[in-house]
Design a protein around this ligand. Structure first.
Ligand SMILES: [Zn+2]
Length: 301
């Protein structure tokens, strides 16, 4: 298996790291991966992770919700229940910042295309990028969307999109800096980048430590905070102009973390509810403690 060993911090370029803990791949392989912090800038990342050509098998499970429509288990049922509401909220956020009629939107990692379909219904001209061929086919057959494979991304024309969205996707991309550089290139000068990312400074992340489900090794390579994201974007001449909390993620991630902890079902739900509630109220006053955040990003003039 080819393994990617990070020698230089993708955010600041330093090679001075410390291992914070080992995290287990609870979702698929049960393999263990070291999670490290850069001593210079504090950026957290998974190390020794499988390279792009072999990481596919770590996504292979019917449980992976983003690529599956099966309603399996209570957790998935809840997810599907909230998905509709979340979709509406995403569309509202995009429209708020991208007011232009017929604005062109690119969704990277669009999965089966539910968000793109909703965006199209809301009057945007949409294109998707998705590496999973089954998800791509489903997006085409379900919604007749223009969804291209991953390699097409680096061939997109400069200034060809008013908005680019990555909903819980940037943390999966091996080519982190190259991808952000390309995103900057394909955005118009007044274009908007929207990122949704887990936040390991959140209350639930601190409660669950290395069992926090949103570490999701080795699928999540990069573990952001509002501070390290800001620093990375600066490298690419972009800046965060607004942050939104994703309060429901605290419940969902707590529930998954409990499930990985292997406690009985009612115990899992009880504790997840308490942690989610505590996280929810804390993030009301301190958005930087939210389990996940949505970032609205503009080019830095
Ligand atoms: Zn660093």
């Amino acid at each position: 298996m080819s393994v990617i060993k990070i020698e230089k911090c993708p955010v600041c370029g330093s090679g001075d790291f410390k291992k914070v803990f080992d995290a287990v791949d609870h979702f698929s392989s049960r393999e263990v991966f070291p999670v490290c912090d850069c001593r210079m800038c504090g950026f957290r990342f998974t190390n020794n992770f499988p390279s792009e050509d072999v990481i596919g098998k770590y996504y292979d499970s019917p449980d992976y919700i983003s690529h599956s429509d099966s309603v399996l288990g209570m957790t998935n049922k809840l997810y599907h229940l909230f998905r509709r509401e979340l979709l509406k909220r995403k569309i509202r956020l995009v429209k708020k910042d991208v007011a232009r009629k017929n604005a062109r939107l690119l969704d990277i990692g669009c999965g089966t295309g539910y968000f793109l379909h909703a965006a199209k219904e809301a009057g945007l001209r949409v294109t998707g990028i998705e590496k999973n061929s089954m998800a791509r086919e489903k997006a085409s057959s379900l919604f007749s969307l223009d969804v291209r494979e991953e390699s097409a991304f680096f061939h997109l024309q400069p200034s060809s999109f008013d908005a680019v969205t990555l909903w819980h996707v940037l943390e999966h991309l091996e080519k982190l800096n190259e991808s952000l550089e390309k995103v900057n290139e394909i955005l118009t000068p007044d274009g908007t980048l929207i990122l949704a990312l887990p936040n390991h400074l959140s209350y639930d992340a601190r409660i669950y430590g290395n069992q926090w489900a949103a570490y999701d090794v080795p699928r999540h390579l990069w573990h952001f905070t509002p501070f390290t994201l800001e620093r990375l974007l600066k490298r690419h001449h972009m800046k965060v102009v607004k942050k939104y909390r994703m309060p429901l993620d605290a419940f969902y991630i707590s529930l998954l973390s409990e499930k990985y902890g292997g406690n009985n079902l009612w115990g899992q739900y009880g504790r997840a509810f308490l942690t989610g509630t505590a996280g929810f109220f804390r993030s009301l006053h301190k958005p930087e403690q939210s389990s996940s955040l949505i970032y609205i990003v503009h080019k830095d003039a």
